[in-house]
Ligand binder design. Structure first.
Ligand SMILES: C[S@@+](CC[C@H](N)C(=O)[O-])C[C@H]1O[C@@H](n2cnc3c(N)ncnc32)[C@H](O)[C@@H]1O
Length: 262
């Protein structure tokens, strides 16, 4: 199993001392709750109610694991693990299937790159450490960063191509769907919609689908499409659109969470 590189480790230790510990202490006095829009055909969105209660200022142990692996989903720019910790509470011992689109290319020439110091597969390794009985699948448009390791397998997928998305879910290991699907790929509204259209059907009962890094300027468009299209089309799903307060990032610290009810 691969361990974090020295540079990742130094960055993690700096983050732990200067960000994680001070925030954990300050969170006793500071509370920042997400602005959550919820919609569910069966009644009030219980998912939205649950997520409104989370203090998104208080980093969690899940945040530590993801940052140690080199993922950016819980540093100064994003604080999604506060929400993941609530959503996935009690899931640790389960034999889950987890699938994430977006490995984190380190090719600066590609769109949504993590930069040349990025560590492809960071979040996948984070999920593996957090869920010891889970099988983790990843997908990305960058064929150069695909890899296979203990309990992790990755595939090519271009989320703008419906045929490529269908081919991903037709892989034998994914043919029964997934319990947790994370979309952290291209980050445009059209790309989010294309991947969701091809992937929501692959969500298992009681499973969770997440889109990270939704642009703040597209939130009104999202609310419209959730109310007008997705909630009526998926009556057994609960939808919550979250704007996480973060003075360091007003651009895209937003996520969509979908829970399949049965
Ligand atoms: C922000 S990075 C993912 C980071 C990773 N999940 C983590 O937390 O460490 C976004 C990834 O989306 C990929 N990507 C960009 N366009 C894509 C597309 N059309 N289809 C699939 N993946 C794409 C990029 O190659 C990049 O690896």
């Amino acid at each position: 199993m691969q361990t974090p590189r020295p540079r990742t480790k130094v960055r993690y230790l700096t983050w732990y001392a200067l960000f994680y510990l001070p925030r954990r202490m300050a969170a006793a006095a500071v509370t920042r709750r997400a602005d959550v829009y919820g919609i569910c055909q069966r009644g009030p969105s219980l998912l939205a109610q649950e997520l409104r209660a989370v203090n998104t200022y208080r980093p969690t142990p899940m945040c530590q694991e993801m940052t140690a692996q080199g993922s950016d989903n819980c540093r100064l720019w994003h604080n999604y693990t506060t929400i993941y910790a609530k959503l996935l509470d009690g899931w640790r011992g389960r034999a889950l299937t987890i699938a994430e689109l977006g490995l984190g290319t380190n090719n600066p020439a590609l769109v949504s790159s993590m930069g040349s110091t990025g560590r492809p597969g960071a979040s996948l390794r984070g999920w593996r450490a957090l869920f010891p009985k889970a099988r983790i699948f990843g997908a990305d448009i960058d064929r150069d960063i695909l890899f296979e390791e203990e309990r992790i397998k990755t595939f090519y997928c271009d989320q703008l191509d419906p045929a490529a998305i269908a081919a991903l879910w037709a892989q034998p290991e994914l043919a029964d769907g997934a319990d947790l699907i994370i979309e952290d790929g291209l980050h445009t509204f059209e790309a989010n919609i294309a991947f969701m259209n091809g992937s929501l059907g692959a969500l298992r009962p009681h499973g969770i689908y997440v889109i990270e890094d939704i642009a703040t300027e597209t939130l009104p468009q999202w609310r419209a499409v959730l109310a007008g299209t997705y909630a009526p089309k998926f009556p057994a799903h609960d939808f919550a659109l979250l704007a996480l307060p973060n003075p360091a990032n007003r651009l895209d610290n937003n996520m969509l969470v979908v829970r399949r009810l049965d």
